[in-house]
Structures are given as C-alpha cells and as structure tokens.
Design a protein around this ligand. Structure first.
Ligand code: AMP
Length: 278
C-alpha cells in the first residue's frame, strides 16, 4: 500500500490509472468493518482504490467532539494493509485547505436544513466542502459512501449533480455489530451500560420496518417514538423521509422509497441509524 500525504504526489501517481477505473472511499479514520465494506465494494469494481483519512475540522460544529474524535492511525494503516487497500491519502489540514484556498458556496436545495441540519448547523457545509476538495484531488470514477450517513449520501449525490461531476456515487449498506448496532467510530465512547442500551435502537427500527408493510407511515412514526421513549432512549429526532428529497413523508404515501432516520444520544454520544422502508 502506498501512503501519500501530499496531493501533488498522489495526483502524479494516479496519472498512470487515468484510463482505468479509480475507486475512492473518504473516511475520518478510526476504521471499522463499515469502512472496510466501502473498500471491498471499491476493490470489486475498480482497478485501483484510494482510501482517505482526514478528520475534517470544518464539519464539526462542536469543538469538543472534534478534540475527542479517535485517531488510531497505526491501527488504521494495519487494517487497510490487511484489506488490500492500494493507496491511503493522509493529508494534513493545510493540504486540504491551503492559504490560497477559496471556499465555494453550494446550493444544497435545503437538503442540509432537514434532520442533522437542525442539530448540527454548518455540518453539511463542511462535509460538502471537504468532499468537493477530495474529489478535485482524487478525481475518482466511483465514490463509495455509507447508508449509515443517509442524509450525507443524499447531499453528496446532489453535489455531484449540481457540479456536473463525472464521478458516480455508490451507496454501501450499513454494517452492523452482531447485536444490530450500526458500527460507528464513536461507539467506543459508550459505557458498558450505554452499549447495552444502544442495542434497542436497531431493534425498534427493524420492528418499524415490519410494521410499514401493512400500516400507515404515521402509525409507524408514532410507534417508533413511543418505543424509543419506553426504552428510555433520548432521541434528537425520529423522521420518516423521502429517500431523494428528504422531505417528511409521515403523513403521505411517498412516490419513491421512504427511510426512517434516527439520532439517539447515549452517554453524550450521538448515534445515527436508519432503515429504508419501502
Ligand atoms: P466516517 O469515517 O464516519 O466519516 O465514515 C466514512 C464513510 O464510511 C461514510 O461514507 C460513512 O457513511 C461510512 N460508514 C460509517 N459507518 C458505516 C457502517 N456502519 N456501515 C457502512 N458504512 C459506514
């Protein structure tokens, strides 16, 4: 595996692959099987694969969350080696945001105002900024992102459309622990009791998905919230949204698929999860 810290070196190396297919998986490190699943999808579909690890400061609205973000870089490198990653891009902040860097404002069509947008102001501005920069550098044919961050996926898909990007985005399903908890770099911050409680999040979502087969979406939403409260799960939001527009569909029958998206706070950790219902 090659490791590049400078964009110029990475670009020079990637030149020889311009006529083949480059797969790209952007991450913030503290890698787990969810991230590796992105890499596996990329390996299966491309000639060469780039994983980036960059803890992007501009997407953290909470400074202590940024400070506490785990950075086990040696362990990450081992994991990437074991999983046949070709290239690790490991830039520092100045490499992504050099002095002459000019920020571009993207029209996100209010997709950034829903769900996470209400609790993490400026978060998606930071996410689109960094993904746009990384795409400019890597210029991949295919970009792999997880369903785990559902809203992020929809927003980046929109970004690719409005920038007329030739890169194709691929959604990789959520990888879960054996007991159903969605894998996340933040799970290690849960206490043993918190970790036990966290199991209920996906349990309730799977029940909601079953219920959506023969009940109205407003019933599904009411059920999910009630179950969360009865399990003492402190949710920031529970929403039923259209998979493309992210608008609320809890009172309608959406023309396309609907997803149920939740954020639950346990031990001060924000845990995201979602399921596509129909
Ligand atoms: P992060 O390092 O948290 O920024 O995540 C990097 C990428 O990995 C994003 O596209 C995430 O959606 C994806 N990802 C994170 N956790 C999972 C998971 N449990 N299953 C699948 N993809 C994931």
């Amino acid at each position: 595996m090659k490791i590049f810290k400078k964009q110029a070196d990475l670009q020079k190396y990637l030149k020889q692959y311009k006529t083949t297919s480059i797969g790209f998986c952007p991450t913030m490190g503290a890698l787990h099987a969810g991230h590796i699943s992105l890499l596996e999808h990329s390996i299966a579909e491309n000639e060469i694969n780039v994983v980036s690890i960059f803890v992007n400061p501009t997407q953290f609205n909470d400074k202590s969350d940024l400070d506490k973000y785990p950075r086990p870089i040696e362990k990450d490198i081992q994991m990437l080696l074991q999983n046949k990653c070709d290239i690790l891009f490991l830039p520092d902040v100045n490499e992504i945001y050099p002095e002459d860097y000019v920020k571009i404002e993207f029209d996100l069509n209010d997709l950034d105002k829903e769900m996470e947008g209400r609790f993490r102001p400026g978060h998606f501005e930071g996410v689109t900024e960094v993904v746009h920069r990384l795409l400019e550098i890597v210029q991949p044919d295919k970009l792999y992102m997880g369903q785990k961050d559902f809203q992020q996926f929809v927003i980046i898909k929109h970004l690719l459309q409005i920038t007329a990007s030739p890169t194709k985005i691929i959604m990789v399903p959520i990888v879960r622990e054996k007991d159903g908890l969605a894998m996340s770099s933040r799970n290690i911050r849960l206490s043993p009791q918190g970790r036990k409680k966290a199991v209920m999040i996906s349990k309730i979502l799977f029940q909601a998905k079953l219920m959506a087969l023969n009940k109205s979406l407003s019933d599904v939403l009411a059920f999910t919230k009630k179950e969360m409260r009865s399990q003492d799960l402190d949710y920031e939001y529970v929403e039923l949204v259209d998979c493309n527009s992210l608008t609320d569909v809890s009172r309608s029958n959406p023309p396309s698929n609907a997803a149920i998206c939740v954020v639950v706070r346990i031990d001060g950790v924000r845990l995201l999860d979602n399921l596509i219902l129909r």
